[in-house]
Write a protein that binds this ligand. Structure first.
Ligand code: AMP
Length: 117
């Protein structure tokens, strides 16, 4: 399956759809999830055109990979989640329930989270 340039996160990156932004640099844009599953629920979206984690780790440059990790950490820090902790989720492909086919990490926190993964 090829990358869909009209997925919702591609539209957010092109500023065609608004978002409540948290952090942005050359490699990522992070913003609040529109349908939060925890008190704090953020999404970190890579700026490159990658469908999911498998596509990204197979094809991205080391700089893009480093930029994704850095963007996640910068978002965690912007949300003040370092001390109390948080959960990272990377839904990948059909069986994970991935809805948006553009690589993104979920950051969940702000309260104790269910231990059911
Ligand atoms: P996933 O199932 O991992 O693909 O997660 C996609 C996430 O994107 C879901 O948690 C949605 O609530 C969220 N989402 C979809 N559209 C938007 C939007 N326009 N702004 C913010 N979050 C969105």
């Amino acid at each position: 399956m090829s990358y869909d340039v009209n997925n919702v996160f591609a539209k957010i990156l092109r500023k065609e759809i608004p978002c409540k932004s948290i952090y942005e640099d050359d490699r990522v844009l992070s913003f609040y999830d529109i349908n939060p599953k925890a008190k704090i629920h953020a999404l970190v979206v890579v700026k490159g055109a990658y469908q999911d984690f498998s596509d990204f780790t197979t094809h991205a440059t080391p700089e893009e990979m480093q930029g994704f990790l850095h963007g996640i950490l910068a978002t965690v820090e912007a949300l003040n989640l370092t001390q109390d902790g948080y959960r990272l989720v990377l839904n990948t492909g059909k069986n994970s329930g991935q809805e948006v086919p553009h690589l993104h990490a979920h950051i969940l926190g702000g309260e104790p989270l269910s231990t059911n993964l």
